[in-house]
Write a protein of this length. Structure first.
Ligand SMILES: Cc1cc2nc3c(=O)[nH]c(=O)nc-3n(C[C@H](O)[C@H](O)[C@H](O)COP(=O)(O)OP(=O)(O)OC[C@H]3O[C@@H](n4cnc5c(N)ncnc54)[C@H](O)[C@@H]3O)c2cc1C
Length: 505
């Protein structure tokens, strides 16, 4: 299985291909775009409720962040209950508490109904403060949780060898193997009569009176409703102004001896570190995550892994780092996800984005919310997560216009490429953005000496891409589009690759 990065995640070996011949020349009830936890959960729910669904995935199932997550199933979120009370009021914060419970129930029901072996385990969570500042934060978090009736109890013991000042224990959390889970959901979806088309990039849509016409890399696909479960909707949308892309790093370590902490742990460092264990091929591994930063804001992303590894080695008796990978998530501007009708659409297109580090839960609840919206069933979370709560921003019009006027003409000759290469002066494995005659080029030299020269302007909103040395990708700091060294799309919202500068000879 492939993932949207060069490094292999701990889950990656599990995925399989779901390619089959599908007659796309028919009207579907719903086309779900995106083969991560959100898309597959939604497609299955809709199919089981009687809709004829097709799931379209640009690469393969699990290619996006679901293949690079750490899959804690926690019902306390990156946006704390205290923050939610402040920003959305006590009643809404109480509603948020039920999201975690309900999403967990959906996951448990799916596991039961489809007999899924996905290493699901109930766990206890521990939040711990390492200094005085974090201690204040923890008190605030626990107070907020108490106000909404979410259980967090102070404790003097944590099962992690990290010195702490104050800690709280949170019962009834869980974890699972995300790819085993979505793979089984995809199989259940096919068994229920659904269709899956992989390697199918959705490039644009046109909403008509009775249906939506999707233009894809496999041809036109028509559906009465479309769900963009693409982590951030593709193309140009106001939601791109309301969500910032971040990268987070994870390493799975083998430890010396057998002292693996069996529960879930989170410190309150900014950005925080998170821990869990996972058994892979009969061996326990400690997965630690953290070192988050805005996408494109750190070029030496290898250093983020070093920092994470050094941090973990300080406290744990590490034997070896067995897997290390990074992935992307989206921070919504007001702290809560956007789930519902796609802004700008007239009611046939839905989306789910802005999950922060809680997409296992929010992706799962999205399946219920979007299914209810399509079936015209009232949903209690509909208003809380309504993307229409965002206010249109000045500048959105210009943004769209700029997007429409992008013109490409970059077929260059050998001398030109040599000039760019010499300006870049790269060693094998290095990359750089260079300016030449008012234009900007992204150059990568692979080991063996071959250079790849691309136009460095992201076709989505014309920002300049930046090098991600750990995942060997060009990442856009504005909205999180990512490309491989050939300019091919790894991550949306772009629906066009980076323009490659080809040698004419
Ligand atoms: C390192 C890390 C650790 C995390 N840990 C946790 C955790 O412990 N618990 C938790 O709850 N959450 C966690 N999260 C967040 C969570 O993993 C994500 O929010 C979640 O996986 C998002 O799932 P998704 O299905 O919405 O998107 P994705 O899994 O990204 O799936 C979207 C899919 O859409 C496809 N796609 C995109 N554009 C198009 C297009 N135009 N046409 C066709 N297909 C397209 C992509 O190829 C991709 O496969 C973590 C995130 C990171 C980065």
């Amino acid at each position: 299985m492939n993932r949207d990065g060069a490094r292999k995640s701990i889950w990656q070996e599990e995925i399989k291909t779901f390619s089959a011949d599908v007659d796309i020349d028919q009207l579907f009830d719903v086309a779900v775009v995106g083969g991560g936890i959100t898309g597959i959960s939604t497609a299955l729910k809709l199919q089981l409720s009687g809709k004829k669904c097709i799931l379209l995935e640009a690469a393969n199932i699990g290619f996006g962040t679901t293949g690079g997550t750490t899959a804690h199933l926690n019902d306390f979120f990156d946006t704390t209950y205290a923050q939610a009370i402040k920003d959305f009021g006590l009643n809404n914060a109480k509603l948020l508490k039920f999201v975690g419970i309900e999403a967990n129930n959906i996951i448990k029901n799916n596991i039961r109904e489809f007999n899924i072996d996905c290493d699901y385990e109930k766990k206890t969570g521990y939040l711990f403060a390492l200094d005085e500042k974090q201690e204040k934060q923890l008190i605030d978090i626990v107070d907020g949780a108490a106000q909404v009736g979410h259980q967090m109890i102070y404790t003097n013991d944590i099962p992690f060898p990290v010195p702490f000042k104050k800690a709280a224990v949170i019962p009834d959390q869980a974890q699972f193997h995300p790819v085993k889970y979505i793979k089984a959901l995809a199989e259940a979806f096919l068994n229920a009569g659904g269709f899956i088309v992989e390697n199918c990039l959705c490039e644009s849509h046109e909403e008509q009176e009775e249906e939506v016409i999707l233009t894809t890399s496999k041809g036109i696909i028509k559906a009465k409703n479309v769900v963009y479960a693409t982590h951030i909707p593709p193309g140009v949308n106001i939601l791109h102004f309301m969500n910032a892309p971040y990268r987070s790093y994870a390493i799975a370590f083998s430890l010396n001896g057998d002292h693996y902490p069996k529960d879930l742990g989170y410190d309150l460092v900014d950005p925080y570190h998170y821990y869990r264990i996972q058994e892979i091929n009969g061996e326990n591994l400690l997965i630690a995550g953290g070192e988050d930063h805005k996408t494109g804001h750190t070029e030496d992303t290898g250093e983020c892994f070093s920092k994470l590894e050094n941090y973990v080695r300080e406290y744990f008796d590490v034997n070896a780092a067995v897997y290390s990978w990074s992935s992307q998530y989206y921070e919504p501007v007001d702290g809560l996800p956007y789930i519902g009708k796609l802004p700008g659409s007239n009611g046939k297109i839905f989306t789910a984005t802005g999950f922060r580090g809680n997409g296992m839960i929010f992706g799962t609840i999205s399946s219920q919310i979007i299914c209810d919206l399509i079936l015209n069933i009232p949903n209690k979370y509909e208003k809380l997560f309504d993307p229409a709560r965002i206010k249109p921003m000045a500048g959105a019009g210009t943004f769209v216009k700029e997007q429409a006027s992008v013109v490409f003409d970059f077929i260059k000759d050998k001398i030109f490429i040599e000039k760019i290469e010499s300006l870049a002066e790269l060693k094998d494995g290095q990359a750089k953005v260079v300016k030449h005659e008012g234009e900007s080029y992204a150059v990568y030299k692979e080991s063996g000496g071959k250079s790849h020269v691309l136009k460095s302007t992201c076709p989505h909103a014309l920002c300049e891409v930046r090098w991600n040395s750990a995942e060997i990708s060009w990442d856009c700091p504005c909205h999180g589009s990512r490309f491989n060294v050939n300019g091919k799309i790894l991550t949306g919202p772009t629906v066009k690759g980076l323009q490659r500068i080809e040698n004419k000879n």
